[in-house]
Design a protein around this ligand. Sequence first.
Ligand SMILES: Cc1cc2nc3c(=O)[nH]c(=O)nc-3n(C[C@H](O)[C@H](O)[C@H](O)COP(=O)(O)O)c2cc1C
Length: 161
Amino acid sequence: MNTGIIIFSNTNHTLSVGERLLAEIGKLGGQAALQRVSAVNPDPNSNDPVVLKEAPDLSPYGYIILGSPVHAFSLPQVMATYLKQLPALNGAKVACFVTQQFPKPWMGGNRALGQMTKLVTALGGVATQTAVVNWSSKKREAQIDELVQRFCKAASEDIAR
Ligand SMILES: Cc1cc2nc3c(=O)[nH]c(=O)nc-3n(C[C@H](O)[C@H](O)[C@H](O)COP(=O)(O)O)c2cc1C
């Protein structure tokens, strides 16, 4: 099964986790591609309506991994705008993760993740795995290792089917 790793990232934290996932799925013998979501205006503090620059098509993928930072205790408008304009996901399996600066998931990460999975579910996707990476936490590397292992296990189960 082809895995799509779909990443919105301003300062490359989320992207670096996406790259770890891409490498690991490759090692497991799976097929995966990493694609970026981006806006024409890259300023994360802009209040202008989001115009998407990169909005990947998810139809080639049987398993989708979505990654985003947390902005202002929420899912960033860029990722929300991207998800809202997608066609129906028709039961596709979707894993979601967010990266955030603060050390605890309740400091915005859980909320952003909840917004992300709600949008995925509204599209008819099935949110399977979720994870929060707390960038300033001492546990960051352990969190990333655990995320990569768990998400890739789900991808390899799909490969085996
Ligand atoms: C505009 C803005 C708002 C942010 N708000 C939060 C927040 O509410 N909680 C938090 O933990 N981190 C917050 N951050 C930090 C980012 O979520 C964190 O650094 C993330 O890992 C960045 O990911 P990226 O490098 O993939 O863009 C914010 C960053 C920006 C630019």
